[in-house]
Design a protein around this ligand. Structure first.
Ligand SMILES: [Zn+2]
Length: 327
């Protein structure tokens, strides 16, 4: 074989091509101007899915714009307005086919969005699940450092065909279940520092609309629970909680219970398609106190699916651990 064998010629040619390629890569690329997000201009609502990384308000002025989480059926779902600097506003929308979560944080000029949409509707048999066997939990990022003082628009219970006194009892029980850690696992109750204090009836309503969106009036300085119908865009919604915190301190939470979705004070003898108000209330208070959803414990209060004709009034291990970590 000689030095000028065909194999060596090919190798030299390849080496030359590689040098050429690396020279091309080393050439300075033309600096592409940063492309502004299409949603920065104007005043329209912003699809939460478009905000895939933190938005700098200095170059994309979306202060006070409305962020909307689109539902799987293509309708506009939960929404919140971009909060002031240093503040987070969250919306938890519980439906009969799962839960939507939308959390918007303005970290001193950088706006970020966290979302959660329902997966396949769960068909597990709830009665077979062990709420005491699994201890994972998730947090929203804020906790109460003072008593959660709340009001109830008891007159609005009539919208659901329910009595003011029975619904108040259920909602108060939900608050107590969560804040004192009622459970069936043998854990100590009444040891959390969380406290909720009912302040009486109010003529105000939760600052949440019939499309399951936190309104621009949230927060208004009062923690309010009330009833109202959900319209077709939010069909199947059981309840919505909007919460807000700053510097890790929760400062307000409102809950809107759906008056047209079959929520009841107690199940009829032959139950079908009914949802237990105290169970739903306990879940919503979990959000108000700072718990986010946890999907591994299907029998836990903070599991993001509600089952008709099933009770989820008492905390599971994960619910309890989450509250215990904050309070
Ligand atoms: Zn929830």
């Amino acid at each position: 074989m000689t030095a000028s064998s065909p194999t060596r010629i090919v190798a030299l040619a390849l080496a030359g091509a590689l040098v050429a390629a690396s020279l091309a890569e080393a050439a300075p690329a033309a600096a592409a101007p940063p492309r502004p997000n299409t949603f920065c201009a104007g005043t329209a609502d912003i699809n939460a899915a478009l905000i895939t990384s933190a938005v700098n308000l200095g170059s994309c002025a979306i202060q006070s714009r409305r962020i909307v989480l689109m539902r799987s059926d293509g309708k506009s779902g939960p929404a919140v307005d971009v909060p002031p600097p240093g503040r987070t506003i969250g919306n938890e929308t519980l439906t009969t086919s799962g839960e939507y979560s939308l959390r918007v944080t303005n970290n001193d000029g950088m706006v970020s969005v966290t979302t959660e949409v329902p997966g396949a509707v769960r068909t597990l048999a709830p009665a077979t699940d062990a709420a005491c066997g699994e201890g994972a939990y998730n947090l929203e990022g804020g906790r109460w450092t003072r008593t959660l003082k709340w009001f109830y628009n008891s007159a609005s219970a009539g919208r659901a065909g329910l009595s003011a006194s029975a619904t108040l009892a259920d909602i108060r029980a939900g608050n107590t279940n969560m804040s004192t850690g009622q459970n069936n696992c043998g854990y100590a109750t009444g040891t959390f520092s969380s406290t909720g204090a009912y302040q009486g009836t109010t003529s105000r309503y939760a600052n949440i609309n019939s499309s399951a969106q936190c309104t621009g009036n949230f927060p208004d300085g009062q923690n309010t629970d009330s009833w109202g119908p959900f319209d077709s865009s939010a069909a199947g919604t059981l309840a919505v909680t909007c919460y807000t915190y700053s510097g890790g301190a929760m400062t307000e939470s409102d809950t809107y219970f759906g008056s047209n979705v079959g929520m009841v004070d107690s199940f009829p003898a032959s139950c079908s398609g009914k949802y237990d108000l105290q169970s739903v209330s306990t879940h919503e208070w979990g959000h108000a106190f700072g718990l986010a959803h946890e999907t591994s414990g299907t029998a836990e209060v903070m599991y993001p699916y509600s089952y008709p004709c099933a009770l989820r009034r008492h905390l599971g291990k994960g619910d309890y651990n989450g509250m215990n970590s904050m309070y």
